[in-house]
Design a protein around this ligand. Structure first.
Ligand code: GLA
Length: 320
């Protein structure tokens, strides 16, 4: 039986490095996507070819350690299958192909899109809600890559509606689609491949945890409490997260009020916060943001996603 599934990439409008401490994020799915097509097989094996890699993937069950699978992209596939099996579900075999127009390492969540597409194929006969799908894929990402990511990418991709921003409360996991106001247009531009993202990302996650150990859940903290942290690095990390959570909520309020210039201002502040406090930007990304801000009709621009490279997301007036 031939089946197919696809999952779109995502761009984050505002709210970066806030998901893993239970904060707020506002990503949206983009047109670029990963598609999987092929046939269900009875022997439980997974054979996939990818348009990005000449080396095919072959997986036999059971899968013990997804992080040791080659080729490397197969780790995400293996992670998803292992995590679905861990929920007690039966996963049938599948032979097919992966096609994607999402550039790898671009910060547009190519790995989460692959995970969600695989999870959709593997659970095609099941009634599984987007949140459970996203949680399986998030655990798969941890197992496959060792990167302790939050839920943003997988949940946006599993629950997203094309080109509609989704506000995610990463504590309650409630999601709410929020329309872009008339006159606003979002674009993104790939600037540079990410560097060091894995290890630096894990460092940021542990710094955020240290901050929360000192002042309690960052989502509930205020800036005055943040300033009481004596370690300057942890103080800056906490300042980014606490102010970024506020900016996400202010951005949503500005969207609802149709206040495009306020939205743009908040994106610029968000970039500065990542540049100076969270230190997830790079010189190349900073330059790209500055250059973009000088373009006609641009209201705001910022680095999007995990950082250390990737894409700049831009808010533009749609009549320019
Ligand atoms: C990566 C992670 C997400 C999130 C972003 C930064 O994309 O996968 O969970 O933490 O970085 O906002």
């Amino acid at each position: 039986m031939t089946i197919a599934a696809r999952a779109h990439g995502r761009v984050n409008l505002i709210g970066d490095h806030t998901d893993y401490s239970g904060g707020f994020v506002l990503p949206m799915t983009i047109d670029a996507f990963t598609a999987i097509t092929g046939d269900v097989v009875v022997d439980g094996s997974w054979d996939l070819v990818s348009d990005h890699d000449p080396e095919p993937l072959r997986l036999e069950s059971p899968i013990d350690d997804p992080s040791s699978i080659l080729p490397e992209w197969g780790r995400y596939v293996a992670g998803v299958i292992a995590e679905i099996v861990a929920t007690g579900r039966q996963v049938r075999g599948f032979h097919g192909r992966v096609d994607s127009n999402l550039p790898i390492g671009s910060g547009l969540s190519s790995s989460a899109a692959l995970e969600v597409a695989v999870a959709r194929i593997a659970t095609i006969d099941e009634d599984i809600d987007p949140l459970e799908l996203a949680e399986i894929c998030r655990r798969a990402e941890h197992r496959a890559s060792g990167v302790p990511c939050g839920i943003m990418d997988q949940l946006c991709i599993a629950a997203g509606e094309p080109n509609r921003p989704v506000l995610i409360d990463c504590t309650t996991l409630a999601i709410e689609h929020v329309a872009l106001p008339p006159g606003a247009r979002i674009t993104y531009e790939f600037i540079a491949p990410r560097r060091l993202a894995g290890s630096e990302y894990a460092t940021r996650v542990s710094e955020a945890r240290r901050a929360a150990d000192l002042i309690g859940p960052l989502r509930d903290a205020d800036i005055t409490t943040v300033e009481s942290i004596s370690d300057p690095t942890i103080r800056r990390r906490a300042r980014h997260i606490v102010s970024e959570n506020r900016r996400v909520l202010d951005f949503v309020a500005a969207m609802r009020a149709g206040d495009l210039s306020r939205m743009g201002q908040l994106m610029i502040e968000s970039h500065r916060s990542m540049q100076f406090d969270y230190e997830t930007s790079t010189e190349i990304m900073d330059e790209a943001v500055e250059r973009t801000l000088r373009e006609p009709g641009v209201l705001g621009a910022r680095l999007t996603g995990g950082g250390f490279g990737g894409c700049v997301v831009t808010l533009r007036r749609d009549d320019v």
